[in-house]
Write a protein that binds this ligand. Structure first.
Ligand code: C2O
Ligand code: CU
Ligand code: CU
Length: 488
């Protein structure tokens, strides 16, 4: 941030502290519930070309909202990439949006020049990607990664699924075809004229991130989807800039977690709620065959509390969302309308073990690296006291080493911490929360609530070179909450 913008920030937030309206907005609980689920869910097409064109388009969403949008191949969300382990992925990215961009394949372990490091941005023309899929099946995704403007580009539409399949997973015969639904959940702000807009205030940039008041699933506001009374596989992606969801069913039914960021869990885990922070994925099995009255299953985000990290800063930061319901508010996400049984559907027989995983053990770790995140009044969110610099190497790691990274959140807001080029295993978390079901598998993004210390174990096997790690709250990332790691 240059010095002038800096002073502006400082001034704006000082004024904000004193505004009495902030205090009264605290009491706004903000459970957002649509009058009805009016629009059918859309499913993104499968990418069937080796070209990804990003363009800027004026969009009308659900016949009533307008968006100065950005799209991949004229689709929002972008086309779904589906590819099998062992195959080669080749695509040419064309940037026609009029500003810098580059694509990152979130969760994929690829060479540094294929990873969408912000130093590789192009402002026009194209960038060629070509890499082999060396990793296990899982729900990964892709989105832009230019420094300072990732938030608005994702918000305006640039994001899509990157689904990897493999033999181990296929052998399980999980619901597929029309019974497998990729769902990207994103919150948006819509003004009284129906315009979807991105205009984070200083406190939103510096504290909470941009929290919307309407939910889009696959680009459709509060959609419905007709399902049969049988199990479905839902691949959930939190593609929101800042909002965390606590996935649940309105009637309290349980569901089964099958996978996380990096693919199948060792064993299925049953739960009634599941926190999903920006960047994270959850692969779940939802059975619509019984327990729903009125043939309606409502997917919601149950309210949850963000631990306060003491003092006025903690409390204030939670209230500064300006308009959008605060972090932890309840939301309705979408409705499944359960039809009659058509034909015979085989029940899904889940084995006790989904996948044979050997995680690195603590004894293998050569060191513990502390990654402290904090909020500094004049600078915003820092990682080990620093803001992002394009080429400064912040962490140097020897290729092949196993390390424990300890994320320490000294600030008053949640940070979903994401490391490129790896999948890691969560070892422990201090505070009041335990390891959650998705954290029993491979992860690339982990939620670190205020006051928490979360330890993950990770082996750096990716090709040598420069990658980033950062907070996946995109306003935080854009404000510099990102650092470089170099594998040497
Ligand atoms: Cu999805 Cu560097 O992030
Ligand atoms: Cu990533
Ligand atoms: Cu953050």
């Amino acid at each position: 941030m240059d010095r002038k913008a800096f002073l502006k920030y400082a001034g704006a937030s000082a004024g904000f502290w004193l505004a009495p309206s902030v205090i009264t907005s605290c009491t706004n609980g903000g459970a957002y519930k649509p009058d009805s689920y009016r629009y059918p869910l859309q499913l993104p097409d499968i990418l069937d070309s080796d070209q990804l064109r990003a363009s800027r388009d004026n969009l009308t969403i659900a016949e009533q909202y307008t968006l100065d949008g950005l799209q991949f191949n004229e689709s929002l969300p972008g086309p779904t990439i589906r590819i099998k382990k062992g195959e080669r992925f080749q695509v040419q990215f064309h940037n026609n949006i009029g500003e810098e961009s580059i694509i990152h394949w979130h969760g994929m372990i690829v060479p540094p020049e294929m990873d969408g490091h912000p130093r590789d941005v192009i402002s026009e023309g194209s960038y060629s990607y070509d890499f082999k899929i060396n990793q296990r099946a899982g729900t990964y995704w892709y989105h832009p990664h230019p420094h300072r403007i990732t938030g608005p580009q994702v918000y305006r539409g640039l994001a899509g699924f990157f689904i990897v399949t493999d033999d181990e997973e296929e052998a399980l015969n999980l619901p597929s075809g029309e019974f497998e639904l990729p769902l990207v959940i994103q919150d948006r702000k819509i003004d009284s004229s129906g315009t979807i807009y991105y205009d984070p205030s200083m406190p939103e940039r510096m504290m909470t991130g941009y929290l919307g008041d309407h939910i889009l699933v696959n680009g459709v506001p509060s959609p419905y989807h007709e399902v049969q009374p049988r199990p479905y596989r839902l691949r959930l992606l939190n593609g929101s800039n800042a909002r965390i969801y606590n996935i649940a069913l309105r009637n309290g039914n349980s569901f089964t977690v099958l996978g996380s960021d990096g693919g199948l869990l060792p064993r299925p885990v049953e739960t009634t709620e599941l926190l999903l922070a920006p960047g994270e994925r959850a692969d779940i099995l939802m059975d619509f065959s019984n327990g729903f009255s009125g043939n309606s299953a409502e997917l919601i985000s149950k309210s949850f509390s963000v631990p306060s990290n003491g003092g006025m800063m903690g409390n204030m930061s939670q209230m500064m969302g300006q308009g959008g319901p605060e972090q932890g508010s309840e939301f309705s996400l979408m409705e499944f309308r359960i039809g009659n049984k058509t034909g015979s559907s085989s029940p899904v027989d889940l084995p006790q073990q989904l996948s044979d995983i050997s995680f690195p053990s603590q004894e293998d770790a050569l060191r513990i690296r502390s990654i402290e995140v904090d909020m500094e009044m004049m600078r915003g969110h820092t990682i080990n006291g620093r803001l992002f610099e394009m080429l400064r190497v912040d962490e140097e790691i020897t290729r092949g080493d196993t390390e424990i990274w300890e994320f320490i959140n000294n600030s008053a807001v949640p940070h979903p911490m994401h490391i490129h080029a790896v999948q890691f295993k969560v070892l422990s978390r201090t505070g009041n929360r335990d390891i959650i079901p998705t954290e029993t598998g491979w992860k690339d993004t982990v939620l670190v609530m205020p006051g928490e210390r979360v330890r993950v174990i990770v082996t750096f096997d990716a090709p040598k070179g420069l990658y980033v790690f950062h907070c996946h709250n995109l306003e935080h990332e854009d404000a510099g909450m990102m650092a470089n790691l170099e594998i040497t």
